[in-house]
Structure formats: C-alpha cells, structure tokens
Design a protein around this ligand. Structure first.
Ligand SMILES: NC(=O)c1cc2c(=O)c3cc(F)ccc3oc2nc1N
Length: 326
C-alpha cells in the first residue's frame, strides 16, 4: 500500500520534471540547474523503484527508455499520412499558385522550413501520449511509441487533457550527427550518410535506452481535423501546437502573397547552413483551412501544400571521403 503523501510527492515530481523538460528542450530556457534537475529525477526513480505501481505512462523516467521490445506493431493511420509534391524553381511555384488561385481565389500562405527528418504521428488521449506511428506507406506505419517517448522535446502529457493527433518531424541535430558518426567510425561501424538516415535508423532500434542517447529532437506542424479544436488556419494551428507545449519551428512565416513566399525561399536558401538541423526546402501551405478543404487531396498529396526545394547543396562530408548529393 502506498502512503498518500508518497503518492502526492510522486505526482508533484512528475509534473515538475516534465515542466523543466519543456523549459529546457522546447523553450531552451531552463530555470533550474542540471544538478537540481538530476536530484528531482533521482528521487522519482528511487520512489518508482520502491513503489512500481506508481510508474505511469507519462512518467519522465520513461525518457531514459525502458526494456528492449520484440518488434514494431503495425498501426493504421487515423487519416492517410501523405507526402508533398515537389517544385524546384520559381516558375513551378508560380504554377502552383495559379492552380490554387483558379480554384479558391486569392489566399494567404504559410511558409515553413522543410525539416529533413522522419515524419511521425503522435496520438494523445486525455492529454497522455499513447501512440507514436511512423509514416510507413501512408496508410499504416510502425508503432515506435517506446522510442519516441525518449525524445525530450515531445511532451508525455499535454497541459490540457485533450484527445488529439499531431504530426511533425523527428530529426537529429547536425552537431550531434557529426559527433555520433565520428564515434561510429571509431567503433568500426559504417557512418550514416546524413542526419535523416541516422534518425530513421535510430527510430528502428529495438532498445529505447539506446535511442535515448541519440539526442533526437522534433518540430510539430500538423493537427489532424484541426477544425474540431476551433482552429481556422494553419497559422492558428502552429500557435495552438505551441500552447500544447510542442516544439514548433520558430522561422515559419505568414505570407500575404506568393512573392513573399519566393522572397522567404531565396533568403533561407542562402541562410540554411546556419541552422543546427538539415532543411531541404520550404513547405508552402494555403493558410485557410476552409480553402484547404476546397482544394482537397490527390491520392498521394495535398493540393493545398507543396514543397519548394532548395537547389541540391554539394555537401562535402568527411565520411570515407565520398561526396554526397543532398
Ligand atoms: N518536413 C517538414 O518540415 C514538413 C513536412 C510536411 C508534410 O510532409 C506534409 C504532408 C502532408 F500530406 C500535408 C502537410 C504536410 O506539411 C508538412 N510540413 C512540414 N513543415
């Protein structure tokens, strides 16, 4: 039997630690020292060891990864998780704009950096993370929940007890990717060609404790059936995701015209090497959800969004002297 005051202490520790996780990994503005954080975590680990029945799905001790799993269950997506059509130059993005205008008239766009990582769908029930699913073939994917719980910027519990599905990208920061590849080479393992492959490889590991060491990070950008939450535009959806304590890319821009989108693409095409994650273009989205619904989807992509790719960057990588086209 667990004494009531222990139960209360564990609940308080859980919320306090998750709050400090949020401040450190999402806001990058911690308000306690690492030592104070470690002390809170140690106390929670100690109490959960003593009273295992107190270990809950949203316990921050899951961040360090539980026991290895046998394999990945296949789960059907709540709605297809499709991919974006690509455009590579200004003429093609103007064609996209013309098609949009012909169907729904003048629109605002949201321009978002296209994070070059692994797509993920996160399902929350009453505010608790219950499922994380990879894109797979678009209709069903792998249940990688145990691994995704170790991604520090992904909340285990939302600030409100919502039932919601959000989608975004999991990625490995470039600084860690280089250090990690160095370590693989030293261990005689084949290095990964780029952070996207390193992220995909990590999410396919059967040992969450190993995943926890790989420094994975995330940006969320999509809410399934957003109008259910009173949201009318993509810009409102990004604000709502921030309010729910997700990490949202800070460089997205609300554009009043396609010229503004092209200006955004030109400037980031030059600036992107300053980012600590790989981006391979800009995602251009019609902002208004009612207009997105009018435009609809093809079998494989939304008609209301498109990827505006950057020119391939000749990136010299130290890996066994081969130059990779990225
Ligand atoms: N990599 C990305 O940074 C990124 C990717 C997508 C998508 O793949 C995507 C796929 C859809 F069917 C619909 C919207 C999307 O929005 C997206 N927005 C983003 N910012």
């Amino acid at each position: 039997m667990v004494p009531e005051k222990i139960r209360e202490e564990v609940e308080r520790l859980r919320r306090e630690i998750e709050y400090h996780n949020y401040r450190y990994y999402v806001l990058a503005s911690p308000i306690i020292t690492d030592e104070e954080y470690d002390r809170l975590m140690q106390r929670l680990i100690e109490l959960e060891e003593k009273y295992p029945e107190l270990r809950t799905p949203d316990s921050p001790t899951q961040r360090v990864g539980g026991q290895p799993i046998e394999g990945f269950e296949t789960v059907e997506h709540s709605e297809p998780m499709l991919s974006l059509d690509n455009t590579y130059n200004e003429a093609e993005i103007l064609n996209f704009h013309e098609r949009v205008r012909k169907t729904v008239g003048d629109v605002e766009y949201v321009a978002e950096l296209k994070i070059d990582g692994v797509s993920i769908a996160l399902r929350y029930e009453n505010g608790l993370l219950v499922r994380a699913i990879t894109r797979g073939d678009g209709l069903k994917g792998d249940d990688v929940t145990a691994n995704v719980k170790t991604v520090k910027s992904i909340p285990l519990r939302l600030p409100e007890p919502l039932t919601i599905e959000v989608r975004g990208e999991i990625f490995m920061p470039v600084s860690y990717f280089e250090e990690y590849n160095q370590q693989r080479e030293e261990e005689g393992l084949t290095p990964f060609a780029n952070p996207r492959n390193a992220t995909a490889g990590t999410l396919q590991l059967l040992d969450p404790a190993e995943v926890s060491k790989r420094n994975l990070d995330s940006f969320m950008y999509y809410i399934v059936k957003p109008q259910q939450y009173g949201l009318k535009t993509q810009w409102e959806a990004l604000e709502f995701l921030k309010k729910l304590h997700f990490k949202v890319n800070p460089h997205s821009k609300l554009c009043k015209s396609i010229e503004e989108v092209i200006e955004y693409w030109r400037s980031w095409s030059k600036e992107r090497s300053k980012l600590e994650y790989w981006v391979d273009g800009v995602v251009v989205k019609v902002n208004d959800f009612a207009k997105q619904n009018e435009l609809g989807w093809t079998a494989k992509s939304p008609r209301w969004a498109i990827a505006f790719k950057f020119p391939a960057q000749q990136a010299r990588t130290k890996i066994i002297g081969i130059t990779y086209q990225v």
